[in-house]
Design a protein around this ligand. Sequence first.
Ligand code: RAT
Ligand code: ZN
Length: 396
Amino acid sequence: MPLMIDIAAVVEDVIASTPVIDIHTHLFAPELGALGLWGIDNLLTYHYLEAELFRSCSINPRQYWELEKSAQSDLIWKTLFIENTPVSEATRGVISVLNALGLDTHAESLKEAREFFNQMNLADHVTNVLRIAGVSSVVMTNDPLDPNEAAEWNAGHEPDARFHAALRLDRILTDMSGSTGAAVRELLDTWVARMKPFYMAVSLLDSFKFPSEEPASRLLTEAVLPACRDWNIPLALMIGVRRQVNPALRLAGDGVGRADLRSVEVLCSRFPENRFLVTVLSRENQHELCVYARKFSNLMPFGCWWFLNNPSIVEEITRERLELLGTTFIPQHSDARILEQLIYKWRNTRRTLAPILTRSYELLAQDGRQVSREDIERDVRRMLRSNFEQFTNRVA
Ligand code: RAT
Ligand code: ZN
């Protein structure tokens, strides 16, 4: 019988000291030129905060987009951080980042923060941020049809080993909707060879249906699924977006809708040689996703995506997954777009995850089995690292 341990303390310690593989971000390796975003002006003009600005300030989106980036971030700081208390998840995140970097969280202006970031050496800063965030590597979002991004890859730069590629399909499936399966397959083969992605990924509308008459359905069948199978890489499906519900808000203008997950059932059962990483945006779809994961071992649920990445909802979803799937899921990804967001997003995930796991182990102890530190280490390692490595068949 293992020794009695202070479960809460050990869980907290193990979660804090296990480096995370962040399986979906919008960050870029420094080698990929100016694509990567970092610093105070980018942190404050994050689209999650832009959506919040328009609720508390009379400026309209058209006027806001005409401003320089620094004027936009000044306005967001003044509105959401000085005239209001930053209690929302996205605003509190900025406070958490400033605090972690030793900057004034009560500042009247962004002067000090701008100076701090201006004198930064990017390579050192990346290492420092990853260290503070407890992240060992991140997966990027790489779109071969983005001309700026393609130019960087074609220049032959080798990305930093802590930044892994994911081949994003959204634009391919729309811009090449009239192309043959063979043409899309050829493009995918070229880019898999160039990027060596850990997976291919696509975000899909709440109305996504497979199979269907839509070109995306045909291209998935004729090109994407065979390519993933032949290259032995999973396909990530991110389902439930309602694009541009309010186009004036640009990136902040997307919404959410409940999807029919029978399409996931069809994909997992008709393509048993493919593996699917799946995240769903609607809270109402979460339970079904867990049930499907119990039916299909080629399905790996991951993350609490976008509007779900709030402690109350993360807690509910993570408990549900643990109860239905044990540790066979990937609890979270950060979706960070700005480097320093890794700090707050992973701090928040760890803080939410610790009491959930502790509670599960306490229930288990009450029912007659005490866990050891080694059990906890193995479980946390699986959820924060090895489930992803095993599912992708790669060391990350
Ligand atoms: O969470 C986000 O930042 C969204 O804007 C999306 O980028 C989403 O995560 C996606 O990858 O489509
Ligand atoms: Zn994303």
